[in-house]
Design a protein. Structure first.
Lengths: 500, 154
């Protein structure tokens, strides 16, 4: 292992490689901050550039884009309340309220440090646990998958906002939206109501942009007089203290480690990833907290959980890729493709045949994380200026960016109609205190849940398998516990507040 | 009141989807078929929205409801204005192209939302120009995205 790390350092300490990697991190951060521009897209766009590079330089550059992208979503999520990537959805829950309370510097600072430590912890896990975790991930069949998704769906119960019924309705709406279009198993068109373009389905990123971004922008316009006078998101001087935020993040070691572990584990399961991990980490932080009622009001705990949770999926996602040669996510799939183009065969033999590649990944990951920290902190003062732009300029501009983002996902004009409708739905749900996160969870998890449920029923019509396969049963029990715990928690919070 | 209406919409939606799902074909090799999963969803949705409706009807004070469109419009004027602009933006993009429609949307919406101050016009037009042309050439040149060009440039 030590040999491999030394080998990795030898590869990395190369001026050309470091420059490429730095640019990769920078590009990743920018891509992550633009709503609709995903990390996967950024990695795919990097792929052609890596053809001309040596395999180690190529893989290091892609790692840079990956790590940068995961932390870039933080910027727009915190400062505008619009998640730049799906992996930053839970960051908006507490970071944006903190910004609204007049502390944008604090929110950004905590987020950056949490990303940094999440990334670092997952790298340590990657180096030490790669083979073990990969073995566990391999035991996952459709039954386990379905049960995992059921577990993930139970998170809805704890991010419901003021009413569990309304939160569940929002989650069901998300599940229903995801069924529009061609059925994934049989190819039958479902619920298109004769509208041709709906057959292609409703892309979940368009739902994300519409529900979160467009509705958020409309909400900002509710106070007519102030907008007319050039109201800004934050008035007053912005404080940005790097070391105060560092202290705040390190003051919560349990939250940080738990969220990073969760993120790494979710990242290692093929198909899951950062978009689920951040909400799961937030949920667990809330459940483990002594003051769960404060979540959502702008406390550091929520930001730390979400940002360390999503950044640590990077290390987790690389575990099955290195140990088994199978991609844990779309991002690592593209990286695998890049290796294959250079004639390197990923698989269990990778560690033996190409130790320099594995070493580069380990060390490169570390360096990318450092670059991310440097770029984020030197850019932070610039990013923070966003909150001083008057709303009458900010709203139309960001709306136009949302249109661009939704359009370039598929180059499909009809997606813009979907964006418009989703924006209105999101606005009304938000207006009447339906929480929006369940909708997104539903849209992301719905198709995975349905496909695996039906696949498992096709493999064997025996539904008891969900309860007799140990990992599947474990996830289901976790799901049950999670629901029971959130009900108990919301009950005890209510009791406490009644007592005062 | 809004929650009640949303509850009713959810309830109607679940009814519609439930019956729509009935017309989907069955599958011989698969026990659940395309209709199974959506039906589970809308069944739960129907029950929950029914709960919500009952709960809200009990707590609502029907005398206080004010459905005067004019007062609602006045209160949410900026949102209406922005949404209408947004809809027009999407609808006309196909005809006049991405560049012109984006410029018009960003420019006009800023104008309508912002203070009436002639000094700001220059700033507003520069922003609209940068957003529309900048993004167009950036995405077209570097990412090969083809935006609608519109009848004026064909």
């Amino acid at each position: 292992m030590i040999d491999m790390l030394i080998l990795g350092f030898e590869q990395i300490l190369n001026f050309n490689l470091l420059i490429n990697m730095f640019l990769g991190v920078l590009a990743g951060i920018i891509a992550g901050a633009i709503p609709g521009f995903t990390i996967t897209m950024a990695i795919i766009l990097t792929l052609p550039f890596t053809f001309a590079m040596s395999p180690t330089v190529g893989i290091a550059t892609m790692l840079g884009v990956f790590v940068g992208g995961l932390s870039g979503g933080l910027i727009t999520a915190a400062l505008l309340g619009i998640p730049g990537t799906p992996s930053a959805v839970a960051t908006t829950f507490d970071a944006f309220p903190m910004v609204k309370n007049g502390q944008p510097g604090r929110a950004l600072g905590i987020g950056i440090w949490a990303s940094f430590f999440g990334s670092l912890l997952s790298m340590i896990l990657l180096i030490t646990l790669a083979p073990q975790v990969a073995n566990l991930a391999m035991k996952i069949g459709p039954w386990e998958y379905f049960s995992l998704i059921v577990f993930a769906l139970t998170i809805i119960a704890s991010v419901t906002g003021d009413s569990v019924v309304k939160g569940l309705l929002a989650g069901l709406l998300g599940l229903l939206i995801a069924t529009i279009g061609l059925d994934p198993m049989s190819g039958t068109a479902r619920f298109t109501f004769g509208i041709g373009f709906l057959e292609a389905g409703v892309p979940f990123l368009t739902v994300l942009i519409g529900i979160f971004a467009v509705s958020r922008l409309l909400t900002e316009l509710e106070n007519k007089e102030e907008v007319k006078q050039g109201e800004k998101l934050v008035t007053g001087k912005i404080k940005f203290e790097i070391f105060t935020s560092l202290k705040e993040v390190l003051g919560q070691p349990i939250n940080l480690i738990r969220s990073s572990l969760l993120g790494a584990l979710i990242g290692a399961i093929p198909g899951a990833g950062a978009s689920i991990a951040n909400i799961l980490a937030y949920d667990q932080a809330k459940k483990g907290s002594k003051h769960p009622d404060k979540f959502g009001t702008g406390i550091p705990d929520g930001i730390i959980a979400s940002e360390s949770g999503n950044n640590s999926t990077a290390g987790g996602g690389l575990i099955p890729m290195i140990a088994l040669g199978i991609p844990g996510s779309a991002v690592s799939a593209v990286m695998l493709a890049a290796l294959q183009i250079h004639g390197i065969n990923p698989g269990p033999m990778l560690i033996i045949n190409n130790p320099e590649i594995v070493g580069t990944i380990f060390v490169g990951f570390f360096i990318a994380t450092i670059f991310m920290l440097l770029i984020q902190f030197s850019g932070a003062r610039l990013f923070l200026k966003i909150t001083h732009i008057p709303k009458y300029i900010l709203v139309p501009t960001v709306m136009a960016l949302c249109v661009i983002g939704s359009y370039l996902l598929n180059n499909r004009y009809s997606d813009l109609y979907i964006l418009f409708v989703m924006g209105i739905i999101g606005y009304f749900l938000k207006k009447y205190n339906f929480s929006l996160a369940p909708v997104i969870l539903g849209v992301i998890l719905g198709p995975i849940a349905e496909t695996n449920l039906r696949r498992s029923m096709m493999t064997s019509p025996d539904w008891t398998l969900f309860f007799t396969r140990p990992i599947s049963l474990g996830f289901l029990i976790l799901g049950l516990l999670s629901i029971m715990y959130s009900i108990w928690q919301s009950y005890s919070v209510k009791k406490k507040s009644n007592g005062i | 009141m809004g929650e009640l209406i949303l509850g009713i919409i959810f309830f109607l939606l679940s009814l519609i989807i439930f019956f729509q799902a009935g017309s989907l074909p069955d599958s011989s090799y698969e026990p659940l078929g395309p209709a199974g999963f959506p039906r589970i969803i809308v069944l739960l949705m129907g029950i929950l929205s029914f709960f919500l409706i009952v709960k809200k009807i009990r707590s609502i004070d029907f005398d206080k409801i004010n459905l005067n469109f004019r007062t609602i419009y006045k209160k949410y004027k900026l949102i209406f204005v922005t949404l209408i602009n947004f809809l027009f933006y999407i609808l006309i993009m196909r005809f006049i192209g991405f560049r012109i429609s984006t410029f018009l949307f960003v420019f006009i919406t800023q104008l309508l939302l912002g203070p009436r101050d002639k000094k700001k016009y220059l700033l507003i037009s520069i922003i609209a120009l940068v957003i529309s042309l900048g993004s167009y050439y950036f995405f077209q040149n570097y990412l090969g995205v083809i935006f609608p060009t519109g009848i004026f440039f064909e």
